[in-house]
Design a protein around this ligand. Sequence first.
Ligand SMILES: [Zn+2]
Length: 296
Amino acid sequence: MNERGGSQVVNLLTFDIEDWYHANYDSVDLSVARAGESHFRANMDMLLQLCSDAGCKATFFVLGQIGEQHPETVRAIVQAGHEVASHGYGHQLAYKQSYAEFKADVKKSAEILQTLTGEKVWGYRAPSWSIVKRNHHYLEALEELGLQYDASIFPVKTFLYGIPDAPTEIHHPTVNGRQLDLLEVPMSVARIGSRNIGYSGGFYFRLLPTWLIKRVIRSGNAAGRHSIVYLHPRELDPSEQRLKLPLLESFIQYYNVGGTKQKLTEILRSFRFISIRQRLSAIAAFPDEKSGGQAD
Ligand SMILES: [Zn+2]
């Protein structure tokens, strides 16, 4: 059933744009150069085609390193009318960086992306949801860099990440007693008993059946809540190279990558999706809206 006409609520489509080896498990050394051909460019073409076929716009959180290696792909994202935002430079965990290292990392990535696209970067998403309680004040660095929003907080409790009691709606976060101008766009969660769980991105998206994801999105939309979908190019490509990981990490990283393209296609057909920037432009006035050059 196509429910696009049934709700006024639009959902948010996001992708984290990185290569097959960008992951933050202890067994992965990001400084090691990776040999062999990656499917990165072909997978990006496929993602852009899926969005075009479904008439959806998305936010692409791109690594600065990817901007250096694949400048034409970053330009193609903007030319297709999508938003390019920052995923940091080299996929280092934010909570393992000092405040100064974090700020320099985001600044470097934003400068690379802005040079490529000619547009100001509005948003940031930390690698592996690595804004947690102990480095929550790093959000101030994003504001100091002139960014408009952060999308790094996952209000769940997992062994890898999460702030389980974080607000679940778009809001202005408070840091050191001061409410920031920066907006926080937390990842979508469903409430099951007293716990929040993810359902609409990454491992959760690959694990849960399509009908269930659709049901949760539909009931949220009926109550006025959007859902955010997030995926990585590698999650739609079962033939991409894989990291050698211990059993649990391998399960989390690769479960059902063979079925994810079809699942995403079905969900994009069923609901309306726009970029985070489009959504924020509709709910708030931004001082530099015009300088971004992207009319919504
Ligand atoms: Zn990432």
